[in-house]
Write a protein that binds this ligand. Structure first.
Ligand code: RIB
Ligand code: CA
Length: 332
């Protein structure tokens, strides 16, 4: 596997809206579920969500991806305990649609998902419902209010849509970390990891929801978080920031060795930030299709025949980095 540097000219599509670097004030906390495969940058995103006053984190749903599914759920419960949050963790898919096995991304996230930090304890238990049922029920309960931020393979989201075709219409918004529409991928030249790990599910999801935002490598590799940023964070937030600093060493090494980058992308945190701070992003509107076979498998391609997705094309990267640090540093 190889990571490609996401710079250079991609081809253009649609109209780019103006960049508004000023943050807007949010009245009332946004109800949010993060669908996640923790994962180092997932842990950062969950910490950010816990710290952000605009966000009311009402649940985590877990999915295979960076880790095996049971590790994803165990890591999610461990993080919530560390953050002092009593929030349900509903376990989801172990494999991609139509598959029966999965190779976790150990080379990127370490053997247990948290880099060199291993032997993560099992704390508490998963919610009684599987992820797809939990998502469907929460979307009904919080109709038109719930934002779902999917930062792993889209298997659980596709399952929720299959379980209840109204799901996509009950949620307020689906914000996806995934894809590389105008830049190279990070698993192959064409494919980003979350999309690549379940191409079928991703293509199903882009065929349906009316309120989708895509936060792909087009923007997340413009939010590099460097060693010095982690050190500064750990100084201000010894417990949570210190933990993120410790787990990030492995991740930073990977980015340096494989991508030649001096920091790691705030992939999943950027998607969570897009849930509440849209004006920090330039978006273009286009339908999307995922290549589900062939040499370009996993590529996310504009397709005008599909429902419109708001694709993040540019970002105030320094603003995202600053916001992330500022919020997470408020944690103990
Ligand atoms: O390509 C980045 C995505 O893949 C992130 O969600 C990260 O956690 C990895 O799984
Ligand atoms: Ca992830």
């Amino acid at each position: 596997m190889q990571i490609f540097e996401a710079v250079g000219a991609g081809w253009k599509f649609g109209n780019v809206t103006a960049l508004h670097p000023v943050l807007f004030a949010v009245s009332g906390a946004m109800k949010l579920i993060i669908d996640t495969d923790p994962g180092i940058d997932d842990a950062m995103a969950i910490a950010y969500a816990a710290a952000a006053p605009e966000i009311d984190l009402i649940g985590l749903t877990t999915v295979f991806g960076n880790t095996h599914i049971h590790q994803s759920s165990r890591n999610a419960r461990f993080l919530l305990d560390k953050l002092g949050l009593e929030v349900p963790v509903a376990e989801g898919a172990a494999y991609a649609v139509g598959q029966s096995c999965h190779d976790p991304s150990d080379h990127v996230h370490g053997p247990e998902g948290f880099g060199d930090v291993t032997e993560i304890p099992e704390i508490g238990a998963n919610h009684a419902q599987p992820a797809s049922e939990f998502l469907v029920d929460m979307a009904r309960k919080h109709k038109d209010e719930l934002v779902v931020c999917a930062v792993g393979p889209l298997t659980n989201i596709a399952a929720a849509i299959r379980l209840d075709p109204q799901f996509a219409f009950n949620i307020k918004r689906l914000v996806i970390m995934g894809g590389a529409v105008y830049c190279p991928g990070n698993v192959t030249q064409f494919a980003e990891a979350n999309i690549y790990h379940d191409v079928q599910a991703a293509d199903e999801v882009f065929a349906v929801p009316p309120q989708t935002v895509l936060v792909g490598l087009d923007v997340t590799l413009k939010t590099l978080y460097e060693t010095a940023d982690f050190e500064a964070l750990a100084e201000r937030s010894p417990n949570m920031g210190g933990f993120l600093r410790d787990i990030s060493r492995f991740y930073l090494k990977f980015y340096k060795e494989v991508g030649g980058l001096e920091g790691c992308g705030l992939h999943d945190s950027t998607a969570v930030i897009a849930c509440t701070h849209e004006p920090m992003f330039d978006m273009v509107e286009t339908g999307l299709r995922v290549m589900t076979e062939g040499a370009e498998i996993g590529a996310t391609r504009p397709d005008p025949s599909r429902p419109p997705v708001r694709v993040c094309r540019d970002v105030d990267g320094a603003g995202v980095v600053h916001l992330f640090t500022d919020r997470v540093a408020s944690l103990p």
